[in-house]
Design a protein around this ligand. Structure first.
Ligand code: ZN
Length: 290
């Protein structure tokens, strides 16, 4: 894996040395200048500069252990304890993350009348905190918790206090956090972690995000497809498009004859569908076109 990453680093260096990157940026600037209602699809790459790491490497492969699967979460008590223990530890760092250069550049592109909407795979709400107004949270939002039995929604911050009260011996100082806000905890005995239940009905609580193995809600998919249908161009930023929910949007745009371009470091599932791609860090490229 490290060899693959190294290969991309070399490619990046070559781009900058030959000036290709600058040409790509200029091409992107012209592409944006010719449009007034671009829909942007964003992935983890826009949040890495905010301190929230990416799941995948430059070839779209997992960098670390895969995230929890929906079925495992709802069927396995031990998986839930482990999930919430890690989430409890990672939450303070996750909420401390601030919008990056890429988030801020996308707000600017909205103000300039180039970007109309953002469809994000991220669950961190950093687009909204940066000031973007038209955002579809394709995979939900981590700052809300939903009861799987009665659908009652509460703030994740409120659950953090309940988690703390129920587990006074657990600390919230992890070594590092993951894209979904949980923390990597070594040698912890998750079997003693107490997971609170819904205060309304006693049901099982789950973050209001789409887990792997879970379907995107129908109304969210409809909003995302509507954002594609109304667009005069689609810009993919910081996503390898490895999940179907985002790849299908790019396919839908291409099928409609809407031009799709990308800013990403490394290979993506949609490479064959792009008019062109800027190989590079999201903040660097977007910062240069605003
Ligand atoms: Zn409930």
């Amino acid at each position: 894996m490290s060899g693959e990453s190294g290969r991309y680093s070399c490619m990046m260096d070559a781009h900058f040395e030959t000036g290709t990157a600058a040409a790509d940026v200029e091409r992107l600037a012209q592409w944006l200048a010719a449009r007034t209602r671009v829909t942007v699809i964003t992935g983890a790459g826009v949040s890495t500069e905010s301190g929230i790491p990416d799941y995948r490497d430059g070839d779209g492969n997992w960098k670390r252990s895969q995230p929890v699967q929906y079925r495992d979460f709802v069927e396995n008590d031990a998986v839930r304890r482990r999930y919430w223990a890690r989430s409890f530890a990672g939450w303070p760092m996750f909420t401390a993350a601030r919008p990056s250069t890429a988030h801020i550049a996308l707000v600017q592109l909205e103000k300039l009348g180039r970007v109309a909407r953002i469809v994000t795979q991220n669950v961190d709400r950093l687009h909204q905190r940066a000031g973007s107004r038209e955002v579809v949270d394709l995979h939900g939002r981590l700052d809300v918790v939903r009861c799987l039995a009665c659908s009652n929604r509460t703030w994740r911050d409120a659950l953090q206090m309940r988690l703390r009260d129920a587990n006074p011996q657990w600390s919230t100082s992890p070594a590092r956090i993951a894209p979904d806000g949980d923390a990597e905890l070594e040698d912890a005995d998750f079997s003693v972690f107490v997971v609170p239940a819904c205060e309304v009905c006693g049901g099982m609580l789950k973050p209001d995000v789409v887990f792997y193995g879970e379907s995107v809600p129908r109304e969210t998919t409809a909003a995302a497809l509507a954002a594609i249908e109304s667009a005069d161009g689609v810009l993919v930023v910081g996503s390898s498009l490895m999940v179907w929910s985002s790849f299908r949007l790019v396919r839908a745009a291409a099928a409609r004859g809407v031009e799709v371009v990308a800013v990403n470091r490394g290979r993506t599932r949609g490479d064959d569908l792009f008019a062109f791609k800027c190989e590079g860090e999201c903040g660097t490229v977007l910062g240069a076109v605003t």
